[in-house]
Design a protein around this ligand. Structure first.
Ligand code: NDP
Length: 501
């Protein structure tokens, strides 16, 4: 809960542990910055290992408590549906907080906040439809059935780019399955998480079922992941951090879900409806300022339409309105964090040094409407070859590489020639090409003649280095359950004890 003001005059937030709003045990805080203004706007508790211990103990106690474990799945589902209603009521306010905290467009955050309730309705509805099986076992006099049981304490670690949406993808199925949560939001987007936390309380989740610890991943990440009472880690973030989380979890034999980065290809064939394809490629890379895991950061364009496509793309990219992300008319906002701003500008220089040709943007935006914010001009490179760093590494900013290809086989080979496999787009009017590529592309999601569509109904996740496990859709709840096999002898006679039955 926000206490009125800190000594600095900024709102001072507290974290949620065991149903209480608390400061970090050590009393430390850090500042959250507004990327558009380039200045601090809130103070956040900086958790340490003692806070991790408190939060995990609270979640563990809640997992065993009658107040949570004793709820029927239907009652649990109802709580999630009530939460969905409260989020819908608070959508506008939460969207505005997210925009102040991470600089993403209010239009995008508003759309996300209005959509988030669907995940809680969907998984709330699913809570009492998780059924075990009776297995027609091959041993006379035996009944064998399965139970689907929650895992226990789930640690959710989330990034800054779509903070509440990506947390929802974990929290909704994990809670529907009966687990309890310790959630660590990104240090760059803690305010919306803490405001979101109040809603769990309001609709009646028992204390300790959802705990939120804020702070730095480098300080508390390892303690959260390796805590002996944590049963599972659900992580979204960069692949390097994800690898670290996976290695730590592996040492303790813990299951993980990893939603990591991407270098997705948006493939434009010569038979595509060109204006649509241009809009689709622009939406894949400049929407959200390129700060999405599914950014279509490589446009693969059939050579026969390459020049015409580039001309149209640059013309549309040039019209992008930059500026205050809180304005409905802004189309490209700032980069969320100072380090990310520096990283994107570095990659622009890398591409130039590697010999790519910059045909749009190519540096910091100096427009008056960008003020002191961390803005990078929408940037397009041509003459990119598949092995260049700009074509292989995730930039996470508004920087597009265009690579020409001659035929379908070459397009598939270039598209699959990265360590990532999160998503891909295909622009064609040929149904045969659409089917063929949806099979051959190594990606967890393939869009044909559209881009960036996601839903609570459809599974989302990565191939290769883009991740492990799936979020959303029917199967996502299984990521938070374990299957138990129960055997009951109905004969009542223990046979030869020295021979396996
Ligand atoms: P990071 O990997 O830097 O951070 C993600 C989260 O991990 C943050 O909460 C961070 O905390 C925490 N963290 C940092 N170090 C550790 C550690 N040692 N142990 C445990 N947790 C740690 O990613 P970003 O926040 O920069 O987000 C951008 C990345 O997220 C991009 O690579 C993007 O592709 C990916 N992403 C993937 C999505 C998907 O669904 N596949 C969706 C959205 C983004 P802190 O903030 O304090 O550093």
């Amino acid at each position: 809960m926000a206490s009125p003001v800190a000594a600095s005059g900024r709102p001072q937030y507290r974290m949620l542990i065991d149903g209480a709003w608390v400061e970090a045990a050590g009393g430390a805080t850090f500042e959250s910055e507004n990327p558009y203004l380039g200045s601090a706007w809130a103070e956040i508790p900086r958790a340490g290992s003692e806070d991790v211990e408190r939060a995990v103990s609270a979640a563990h106690k809640a997992f065993k408590s009658p107040a949570w474990a004793g709820l029927t799945p239907s009652a649990r589902g109802l709580l999630l549906c009530r939460l969905a209603e409260r989020i819908a009521e608070e959508a506008e306010r939460l969207a505005e907080i997210e925009t102040r905290d991470n600089g993403k467009l209010i239009t995008e955050m508003r759309a996300q906040l209005r959509y988030i309730p669907q995940w809680f309705h969907y998984f709330g509805g699913l809570a009492d439809k998780v059924e075990g099986r009776v297995i027609p076992i091959d041993k006379p006099g035996m009944i064998n059935f399965t139970r689907e049981e929650p895992l226990g304490v789930v640690v959710a670690i989330t990034p800054w780019n779509s903070p509440l949406m990506l947390a929802t993808w974990k929290l909704a199925p994990a809670l529907a399955a009966g687990n309890t949560i310790v959630w660590k939001p990104s240090e760059y987007s803690s305010v919306s998480a803490l405001e979101f936390g109040k809603l769990f309380e309001e609709v009646g989740f028992p204390p300790g079922v959802v705990n939120i610890v804020t702070g730095f991943g480098s300080e508390i990440g390892e303690a959260l992941v390796t805590h002996p009472r944590v049963a599972k880690v659900a992580f979204t973030g960069g692949d390097v951090t994800g690898q670290r989380v996976y290695e730590s979890a592996a040492r303790h034999i813990k299951p993980v879900t990893l939603e990591l980065g991407g270098k997705s290809a948006n493939i434009v064939f010569s038979d595509a409806e060109l204006d649509n394809a241009v809009r689709g490629v622009v939406s894949g890379i400049f929407a959200a300022t390129g700060q999405t895991c599914i950014a279509g950061s490589r446009a693969l364009v059939q050579r026969s339409i390459h020049d015409e496509f580039v001309e149209k793309l640059v013309a549309l990219g040039r019209t992008a309105r930059m500026g205050d992300p809180l304005l409905d008319t802004t189309q490209v906002g700032p980069i969320t964090t100072r380090p990310q701003f520096a990283k994107v500008l570095d990659y622009v220089e890398v591409a130039k040094t590697e010999g790519a040709t910059c045909v749009l943007g190519g540096g910091k935006a100096e427009r008056p409407e960008c003020g002191n914010g961390w803005f990078v001009e929408p940037t397009v490179f041509t003459n990119v070859t598949p092995s260049m760093r700009i074509a292989q590494e995730e930039v996470f900013g508004p920087v597009l590489s265009i690579i020409p290809f001659d035929d379908e086989d070459e397009a598939v080979a270039i598209a699959n020639n990265t360590q990532y496999g999160l998503a891909a787009g295909v622009w064609t009017q040929s149904i045969r090409t659409a089917f063929e590529l949806s099979e051959k592309l190594e990606a967890g999601t393939v869009w044909v003649n559209t881009y960036r569509a996601t839903s609570y109904l459809s599974p989302f996740g990565g191939y290769k280095r883009s991740g492990i496990g799936r979020e959303s859709g029917l199967t996502a709840i299984r990521e938070y359950l374990q299957e138990k096999s129960v055997w009951i002898d109905t004969i009542g006679q223990v046979a030869n004890p020295f021979v396996q039955r």
